[in-house]
Ligand binder design. Structure first.
Ligand SMILES: [Zn+2]
Length: 181
């Protein structure tokens, strides 16, 4: 049986990953490792660039989205376990990104937005965390497919089952049948 820390870590990772997908950042694989709060590779743009547009101007929308991605891990953990900690490395990343908008940024406002994001996307976060706890790792395609299932897209479950069959990955209890249970 997983300990409560592993479960909290799964929700934490799921919060980052669902936010990545929601805001159009890269879907990097997740793994439940011993150092489960060592969060890497989130809020990365698909084109590999930073948060500037073609003219070198900072895009405030992109920056805001990235801040929410970095705060969504701890926000998901908080929603799951009521623990109100923000991991220092995530905080540092969020602060770093936010600094590109200039001084005097309101962190409580961003934390509030991250919590709202987590509440609105809780079904997807729960599904990702549950699968991560069962299989210990999810690739980017599985993540995208699970979010599609949460969004009730047509054939999403069947697509995930087929993808796992074709790639030799383990099916999970919550998605082993193509029909809604
Ligand atoms: Zn994190």
């Amino acid at each position: 049986m997983p300990t409560i820390d592993v479960e909290a870590a799964a929700y934490h990772q799921a919060g980052h990953a669902v936010a990545d997908l929601h805001f159009g950042f890269r879907a990097n694989p997740l793994a439940l490792a011993a150092d489960a709060f060592h969060c890497l590779g989130h809020a990365q743009r698909l084109d590999g660039k930073d948060y500037r547009d073609a003219n070198g101007q900072v895009d405030p929308q992109q920056v805001g989205n990235a801040v929410i991605v970095w705060l969504a891990g701890s926000a998901a953990e908080r929603e799951y376990s009521q623990a109100a900690t923000v991991h220092p490395a995530d905080w540092a990343k969020a602060t770093d990104v936010l600094a590109s908008l200039g001084p005097h940024q309101s962190f409580p406002g961003w934390q509030h937005q991250a919590r709202e994001f987590v509440k609105q996307n809780w079904k997807a976060i729960q599904m990702v965390a549950t699968d991560l706890l069962e299989n210990n790792a999810l690739d980017g395609t599985e993540l995208e497919m699970i979010v599609s299932i949460a969004n009730q897209e047509k054939d999403a479950r069947a697509n995930l089952i087929r993808y796992r069959e074709l790639t030799g990955k383990k099916q999970t209890r919550q998605f082993c049948s193509p029909a809604e249970i």
